[in-house]
Design a protein around this ligand. Structure first.
Ligand SMILES: NC(=O)C1=CN([C@@H]2O[C@H](COP(=O)(O)OP(=O)(O)OC[C@H]3O[C@@H](n4cnc5c(N)ncnc54)[C@H](O)[C@@H]3O)[C@@H](O)[C@H]2O)C=CC1
Ligand SMILES: O=C(O)[C@@H]1CCC=N1
Length: 264
């Protein structure tokens, strides 16, 4: 039998998951969205042909409930759906910093999975780190893995690793966009027009990411292969090191992990 899915919160990430699930062949009739903004609800109905309704109605009969509202909206949402979630449903929270224990306390007896997504899921190239709750069986975790895999790659980590996952892949797309902004700015300063600099930087990041993904070599070796002795890359990397760019990036990732810990 097909899996019935409720998506609570149809914003950027909820809409992304909805789109990924339907593209992967889940029937619009098997997905119900709970979205409180009337205008957004209408948009989702029109674009995807799914039912968009209240949260309580959305979770009734669901096998899997995806919680995709902002972290600060999670406690009241859990309170709202507490009596309505089927006892054999699996609840997946994608909200940054919300602990499994918090959800298990709010929904006693219900199996929980915590997941950290990222925005490249918008183009089917997302990264999800998922952690099973105390009563989540391997079968349920596998079902959640399969559902999220429609939007990208999925790794299973212990919940204690979620702050690090958030720091590397959750926030990570922003680091790459930051690099892109800097490469474009450098290109313009070196004499290119903005459009050309943007095309060069974008395709370079896409190509390097693809090479890193598909090559058997690690990042350090791939970098070494671009770097001729005393050449242009050497000049750039030496300057990055002198200016503390690498250390700054490592410190930034650690700051994100600490912030994630603070927020939960
Ligand atoms: N955007 C990102 O890069 C990432 C987002 N996340 C997580 O995904 C979750 C959602 O984030 P976004 O989609 O970016 O936010 P968003 O603001 O675009 O979407 C949230 C949606 O939930 C709706 N909503 C709020 N309260 C509701 C309620 N009680 N019932 C039904 N709908 C309700 C809002 O109207 C909105 O459409 C957050 O918890 C965030 O931590 C996690 C990692 C990355
Ligand atoms: O910046 C944030 O707090 C969220 C979590 C991961 C990505 N965005």
């Amino acid at each position: 039998m097909s899996t019935r899915i409720a998506i609570l919160g149809g914003g950027v990430m909820g809409g992304t998951l909805l789109s990924a699930l339907l593209s992967a062949g889940h029937a619009p009739g098997d997905v119900v969205v709970g979205e409180k903004l009337a205008e957004r609800a209408e948009e989702l109905r029109e674009q995807f042909g799914v039912t968009v309704t209240g949260n309580v109605e959305a979770v009734s009969g669901a096998d899997v409930v995806l919680v995709v509202v902002k972290p600060q909206d999670v406690p009241s949402l859990l309170e709202e759906i507490a009596g309505a979630v089927p006892p054999d449903a699996t609840v997946v929270s994608l909200a940054a910093g919300i602990r499994i224990a918090t959800i298990e306390q709010a929904l006693p007896g219900v199996a929980v999975v915590r997941a950290m997504p990222n925005t490249p899921a918008l183009v089917g190239a997302g990264m999800f780190g998922i952690s099973p709750g105390s009563t989540c069986t391997d079968d349920r975790l596998e079902l959640v893995r399969e559902l999220l895999a429609t939007g990208g790659k999925v790794v299973v980590v212990d919940e204690s690793g979620q702050d690090a996952v958030t720091a590397v892949s959750g926030s990570g797309p922003a680091y790459v966009f930051y690099l892109a902004e800097a490469m474009i700015a450098g290109g313009v300063e070196a004499g290119l027009d903005l459009e050309t600099a943007t095309t060069l930087a974008t395709q370079t990041i896409v190509g390097a990411a693809k090479l890193l993904d598909e090559s058997d070599e690690d990042a350090a070796e791939l970098r070494r292969r671009v770097t001729s002795p005393n050449g242009t890359t050497h000049a750039a990397i030496t300057t990055f090191d002198e200016q503390g760019v690498r250390d700054g990036l490592v410190a930034g990732v650690l700051a994100a992990a600490r912030r994630s810990e603070e927020l939960s």
